[in-house]
Write a protein that binds this ligand. Sequence first.
Ligand SMILES: Cc1cc2nc3c(=O)[nH]c(=O)nc-3n(C[C@H](O)[C@H](O)[C@H](O)COP(=O)(O)O)c2cc1C
Length: 162
Amino acid sequence: MFDQTAFRNALGTFATGVTIVTARDGGGKPVGLTANSFNSVSLDPPMVLWSLALSSGNLEAFRNAKNWAVHILAVTQEDMSNRFARGGADKFAGMDLDDGPEGAPLIRGCAARFGCRARFEYEGGDHAIFLGEVVDFEQTDADPLIFHGGRYGRLENRPNPD
Ligand SMILES: Cc1cc2nc3c(=O)[nH]c(=O)nc-3n(C[C@H](O)[C@H](O)[C@H](O)COP(=O)(O)O)c2cc1C
C-alpha cells in the first residue's frame, strides 16, 4: 500500500516560500488562497505555475479567471498565510483592497508579486495546474517566509565568503 502520510512528509523536506494567489470570480468577488506549489517555468516568455486542489471552493473561479496574481509572502506575513489557508471564511474581510495592473486583488507588504494572464490549465491528479504569463511584477527587499516540514521558518543566510 502507498503510504500517503509518509509521502507527504517526504515532500515536506523540500523547503519552499509561501504565496497567496488571488483573482476575481465572475461576479467580481475577490478569491484567494495560500499556496506553496508555486514555481518559475519560463523566462521568455515569462511564465510561472502553481497548483490548486480540485476540492477547493475556488476551483471554478480560478478556472474562469482571465488573470491571477501570485504574492510571495514576507517573513512578517505568517498571519496572512494562515488567514488565506482557511477555507470558506471571507479571507479578505477588513482588508483595504485594490487590484494590481493585471486586475487581480493586491496584497500589500509582500517580498514580490507576479501579475499574470492565465494561459494554460493542466490535469495534475487531484490538483489542477495553472500556468500564467507574467504581465507585471514587483519586488521589495523584505525577507521571504519559508515553509518546510509543515512549519514556517525564516532564512539563515551563510556569512559572506569574502
Ligand atoms: C503553506 C501552505 C501551502 C499550501 N499550498 C497549497 C497549494 O499549493 N495548493 C492548494 O490547493 N492548497 C494549498 N494549501 C491549502 C490551502 O491554502 C487551503 O486548503 C485553503 O483553505 C484553500 O482555500 P479554498 O478552499 O477557499 O480555496 C496550502 C496551505 C498552506 C498552509
